[in-house]
Design a protein around this ligand. Structure first.
Ligand SMILES: [Fe+2]
Length: 213
């Protein structure tokens, strides 16, 4: 039985034009994201089989596959909602997202400093990866992470709230080798309302990670 399912896009394929071409949105969601969902489900099945048989020869590969596909599914699910055709700008109090704007300023010194750091982290990924704004529950601060593939280079316990996909499948059909141009354009479709909801939920539901009970 499938544990994970491909979520529907919250808009149609053309909604993010001209920042992201409809063909990219379609392939990215219907093929790439779908493959991570299938990969996560298949790996769980293979792990069940391994438990049933007591056959652990492939355990390292299976655990790696689970982290890869599950993280791919989670990050893409957040990615689609992080974007809107009416997005962009900064998180401002006038738009009801001032708490997020304040947290960014407190954690990074300024919005400009944060934007520069996330842009750089995403644009300089070596191979495939992501630039991520995450709530870090030990300090309660926001941090930027540069993720390798979908699952590497992660601070344990951190909760992603704004994710920039820097894999070539996210931009190559439209931007060719100009990854920096794609990441810069991404700022024009950021859905700050969605990011703010994720920030509030992370603070309220995850709160502070207890290191020493
Ligand atoms: Fe992707």
């Amino acid at each position: 039985m499938a544990i994970y399912t491909l979520p529907e896009l919250p808009y149609d394929y053309t909604a993010l034009e001209p920042v992201i071409d409809p063909q990219i949105v379609e392939l990215h969601h219907d093929k790439h994201h779908a493959a991570y969902v299938k990969g996560a489900n298949d790996t769980l099945e293979q792990l069940e089989e391994a438990r049933d048989k007591g056959s652990w020869g492939s355990i390292n590969g299976l655990e790696k596959n689970l982290a890869f596909h599950l993280s791919g599914h989670i990050l893409h699910s957040i990615y689609w909602h992080n974007m809107t055709g009416d997005g962009g700008g900064e998180p401002l109090a006038a738009d009801g997202v001032g708490e997020l704007g304040d947290a960014i300023a407190e954690s990074f010194g300024s919005f400009a400093g944060f934007r520069a750091q996330l842009t750089k982290a995403a644009a300089t990924t070596q191979g495939s990866g992501w630039g991520v704004l995450a709530y870090e529950p030990v300090s309660g601060r926001l941090i930027v992470e540069q993720i390798y593939d979908h699952q590497g280079n992660v601070g344990q316990g951190s909760v992603p709230i704004l994710v920039f996909d820097a894999w070539e499948h996210a931009f190559y059909l439209q931007y060719k080798n100009q990854k920096v141009d794609f990441i810069e354009a991404m700022w024009n479709v950021v859905n700050w309302q969605d990011v703010a909801k994720r920030y509030t939920a992370a603070k309220e539901r995850v709160g502070t990670l207890l290191l020493a009970p």
